[in-house]
Design a protein around this ligand. Structure first.
Ligand code: NA7
Length: 537
């Protein structure tokens, strides 16, 4: 039944995606807490509720982009494709919600506007946009890392006579591109997925590219019955392997350096990795993200592929990435992206050479002239990691706003808690490995850790937990150090750094020290009576 307004809860969870659903299950069904989820959308899915753009699918493979906590669940669910499409992921999460009877404790269509810590009562006071209020001992954000749409402020957008959409806020009903002139801005993972699909429908597609990107063929296809049987028979080992790796993917990274092997052997390995496709390409050698010289060999291999695929040499040159080493921005994977530029109805516009001046009623005007359009698609990404947290007015001890505490960039301990914000837990928060991993692995680890922590507190009669400021400072320094041990900071326009959002502080947000290593650190902290945290009555 619905909770009454101002209901007092043990735990309030914000968001009903992968993280919020599992967190509700563990707190309610394992610990027996009174827990409730508030969710802005009208259904479960989180990221996958909003990202319904054409071609939207996961870049992790379906059989391991899924929960591992229930053997029954992983045995009964069968994925249809190597990479799950957005609709299939929503059906999966709907199935999970039904199986564990989660929806009765999820309030949909409810966006949280503020949350304030009331120190005297030791409760979080949460308000929604509709003016409802809730109180809870624990506040847990499960708001996702890529959920706050980044819509560039381009002059004249409000005057546009056609339709426009951001990919991360796609309408529920399909958008029909038939007979339309479409402009798509952005060539990250999203633009690269959407381009080939829109091109097949639209009269004409113009892609506005600011930075050329690397992309690896996904090699999507159906999952055969035999393969599925094999996966299900080996699930325990697959999950164990996923948890033991640097980024939560259950495949091996080659032990050799790209520089250890002769040129011929290296190219043969890259060819094979290109045929295998997807994020496994990165596993061709162990040092693609730590050695610039090693990375150069992979970057150059992909550049040669692009030049080989795209027929018009001028277009090929425009599509060839030069500004950053391969995979230092999140590497996209695609289905016929570069091939799409061989179509007669597709044009590429380099908006570094001819920047967008304004949007007019009729289309987009660059310094080279006006391009008439019926539909504009913004595939311009997200205010990543901090965006969804700071969109709410979160206030901790003494009324301090998270926005102020993080004015110079996010500061957390383990990506899980913020000093001065007792009993607030941030699943996949800044400072956690999250976006550098196969998300469900990171999410399950975070949720299990939070659940273990709350269980510990209840068993010991503890009412409050927050990080020691020094522990948070040390973690922030360690997150920096881990990033600097990789090539990732070399991509100076990446969303990992917040560089895609004008005015956002440039701080490398995710923890690049590896998922398995991070999980071990979290377990050690818990085993040492929550070292670095202050627990109180
Ligand atoms: P990304 O990866 O942030 O890509 C956004 C793209 O939009 C990228 O090509 C940007 O160019 C471009 N962009 C951003 N702002 C502008 C403006 N103002 N003008 C022109 N072009 C712009 O977002 P995605 O949605 O593709 O992917 C997000 C994650 O989802 C992805 O990493 C996976 O984890 C799944 P830039 O490169 O900044 O020059």
């Amino acid at each position: 039944g619905a909770a009454s307004p101002a209901a007092e809860l043990d735990a309030l969870i914000i968001g009903a995606g992968f993280a919020g659903l599992y967190q509700l299950h563990t707190l309610r069904d394992r610990l027996g807490l009174k827990a409730r989820v508030l969710e802005a959308g009208d259904g479960v899915g989180g990221t996958w509720y909003w990202n319904r753009y054409p071609g939207a699918r996961c870049d992790s493979e379906s059989y391991y982009y899924s929960y591992s906590f229930s053997e029954e669940l992983q045995q009964e669910w069968s994925w249809s494709e190597r990479y799950p499409e957005h609709g299939e992921i929503r059906r999966y999460l709907d199935h999970v919600a039904a199986k564990f009877d989660l929806k009765r404790d999820i309030q949909f269509g409810t966006r949280v506007s503020s949350a304030e810590y009331d120190a005297a009562a030791n409760l979080w006071r949460v308000r929604t946009e509709a003016g409802e209020s809730f109180s809870a001992r624990y506040l847990i954000t499960a708001v996702g890392c890529l959920s706050s749409a980044n819509i560039p402020k381009i002059a004249g957008l409000e005057s546009f006579a056609g339709q426009w959409y951001h990919t991360g806020r796609w309408p529920q009903e399909d958008v029909d591109f038939t007979g339309k002139r479409v402009g798509l801005i952005g060539t990250g993972s999203t633009g690269i997925q959407a381009t080939p699909v829109i091109a097949e429908k639209a009269t004409h597609l113009t892609v506005f590219q600011r930075t050329a990107n690397y992309s690896i063929p996904a090699r999507n296809g159906p999952v055969g019955a035999e393969e599925l049987r094999e996966i299900k028979a080996n699930y325990a080992a697959i999950r164990e392997k996923a948890r033991a790796t640097i980024n939560g993917h259950p495949f091996d990274i080659a032990p050799e350096s790209a520089l250890d092997v002769a040129e011929e052997e290296r190219l043969a390995r890259y060819e094979k990795a290109w045929e295998t496709g997807g994020l496994r390409f990165r596993a061709a050698f162990r040092d693609l993200l730590t050695s610039k010289a090693a990375n150069d060999t992979a970057s150059e291999f992909i550049r040669a592929k692009i030049r080989g695929i795209v027929r018009d040499p001028k277009v090929a040159e425009m599509l060839t990435p030069k500004d950053h080493p391969f995979a230092t921005k999140r590497p996209p994977i695609d289905s016929h992206y570069f091939e799409t530029f061989n179509r007669d109805n597709v044009t590429l516009v380099d908006i570094k050479a001819t920047p967008i001046v304004e949007i007019t009623p009729a289309g987009i005007r660059t310094t080279a002239g006006e391009i008439p359009l019926d539909i504009i698609v913004f595939a311009t990404g997200f205010d990543a990691m901090t965006g969804p947290l700071l969109a709410m007015d979160i206030r901790g001890r003494d009324g301090v706003a998270l926005r102020d505490a993080w004015a110079a960039g996010p500061r957390s301990y383990l990506g899980l808690q913020v000093a001065g914000f007792p009993n607030l837990f941030t699943i996949t928060g800044p400072g956690s490995p999250s976006v550098l991993t196969n998300m469900p692995v990171a999410i399950e680890q975070h949720v299990d850790w939070i659940t273990g922590c709350i269980d510990h507190m209840r068993q010991h009669g503890l009412q409050r937990i927050e990080p020691e400021p020094e522990a948070a400072e040390r973690w922030v320094a360690h997150v920096n150090e881990a990033a600097n041990a990789t090539l990732l900071p070399l991509a100076n326009s990446s969303w990992y750094l917040g560089a895609n959002v004008p005015g956002k502080p440039r701080v490398f947000m995710p923890y690049a020290g590896g998922m398995a290593n991070y999980a071990r650190l979290c377990a050690e902290v818990a085993a040492k009576d929550y070292q670095g945290f202050v627990l109180g009555r």
